[in-house]
Design a protein around this ligand. Structure first.
Ligand SMILES: Nc1ncnc2c1ncn2[C@@H]1O[C@H](COP(=O)(O)OP(=O)(O)O)[C@@H](O)[C@H]1O
Ligand SMILES: CC(=O)N[C@@H](CCC(=O)OP(=O)(O)O)C(=O)O
Length: 312
């Protein structure tokens, strides 16, 4: 009988205990191959930025995508953070058609919070992993241009202040950053095509427009629910997959924050993006689960001509 030297035994045991880790890495191989070189636009909603741990895990996931050879672009929201700041300034928050009524004074606060607070924090978290993230707003290098948006409510066009409707996207600055191995972090503020001021753009809408213009493979929207509920708020049954036409039929029934999200998903898949997903940003590492495993979570929207049901 051969007796292992104690040191040999320990190293053999260690090798065996590490085996599941190797299996997990190998499981990701088909997804790594599929997504390599692809652009992924990830929208991080203000409601999903619940605590420091989640934000740090978000940054780790984005850096992981980057090192795995994908080209992540982050677009962030900040609705609750803007509400809190407006509150401190004694400005009342009002929403119409799911969009913030944005006075000139409110616009200054929106810009300060998105570009000066939320974006800076995310850039800082990403850059803990190396010189990767660069923050910009839609104003920079004409990335997002908008005109005044007047939503129709009960048949009437209403004035909701400095809220923008996107008229043009210039992807030059983002493409240059990606080509330089950086991670762009974009705040949803647009330059105005009408005057010298700026517009407040819903972050879901901005992310979808950027995903389409960048010819992204995936638009991933992280929010504070599991996905699109079939019968919200009566049940928590999540619709796991739907085509663009199915989503289009559902749109008139949707409420509040889901409206710009699902309109954005529809815009994205109708304009060349392969899949648009709404996932639960409260689940740590939900991005990695979605991209690198077959345990896709949340709601996935695909173009009408999509035939397979197993695309992840
Ligand atoms: N059908 C639906 N399924 C899921 N959530 C819905 C639905 N309809 C409305 N909502 C609401 O939309 C919210 C998400 O949008 P929002 O608050 O704008 O989040 P975010 O800050 O992530 O953009 C959910 O928390 C929920 O209250
Ligand atoms: C026009 C409009 O409504 N703009 C949004 C921009 C931020 C945003 O969209 O943030 P979330 O993704 O966290 O909701 C706002 O002022 O709240």
């Amino acid at each position: 009988m051969t007796v292992n030297h104690p040191e040999e035994r320990t190293s053999t045991t260690r090798k065996h205990t590490a085996l599941p880790k190797a299996q997990i890495l190998i499981e990701a191989l088909p997804w790594l191959t599929r997504h390599r070189g692809k652009t992924v636009v990830v929208k991080f909603g203000g409601n999903a930025m619940i605590d420091a741990e989640l934000k740090a895990a978000f940054a780790q996931d984005i850096v992981f995508l980057h090192h795995a050879g994908l080209r992540p672009v982050v677009v962030h929201g900040g609705g609750p953070q803007i509400n809190a700041a407006l509150d401190r300034h004694g400005i009342v928050s009002e929403f119409k058609a799911g969009l913030r009524v944005t006075t000139e004074d409110a616009m200054d606060v929106v810009r300060m919070v998105l570009a000066g607070q939320v974006q800076r924090e995310l850039v800082g978290l990403l850059n803990e992993h190396g010189p990767l993230a660069v923050g910009l707003t839609g104003e920079d290098a004409h990335t997002i241009t908008a005109t005044k948006h007047r939503p129709r409510i009960d048949g009437e066009l209403v004035d909701i202040g400095r809220v923008g409707e996107i008229t043009a996207i210039d992807t030059g600055a983002i493409e240059a950053l990606l080509a330089d191995g950086r991670i762009p972090v974009v705040s949803s503020i647009a330059r105005s095509q009408d005057d010298g001021h700026v517009y407040n753009v819903n972050a879901d809408t901005a992310a979808a427009a950027l995903a389409a213009a960048l010819d992204a493979e995936t638009l991933m929207v992280l929010t504070d629910v599991e996905g699109l509920y079939e019968d919200w708020p009566n049940s928590d049954e999540v619709i796991s997959r739907l085509t663009a036409s199915q989503l289009e039929k559902l749109l008139p029934e949707l409420a509040s924050g889901m409206v710009p999200k699902m309109e954005g998903c529809l815009h994205a898949v109708r304009n060349g993006v392969t899949t648009a997903r709404v996932i639960d940003g409260r689940v740590q590492h939900s991005i990695l689960l979605e991209i690198f495993t077959d345990e896709g979570i949340g709601t996935m929207v695909v173009p009408d001509d999509e035939e397979t049901g197993d695309e992840q």
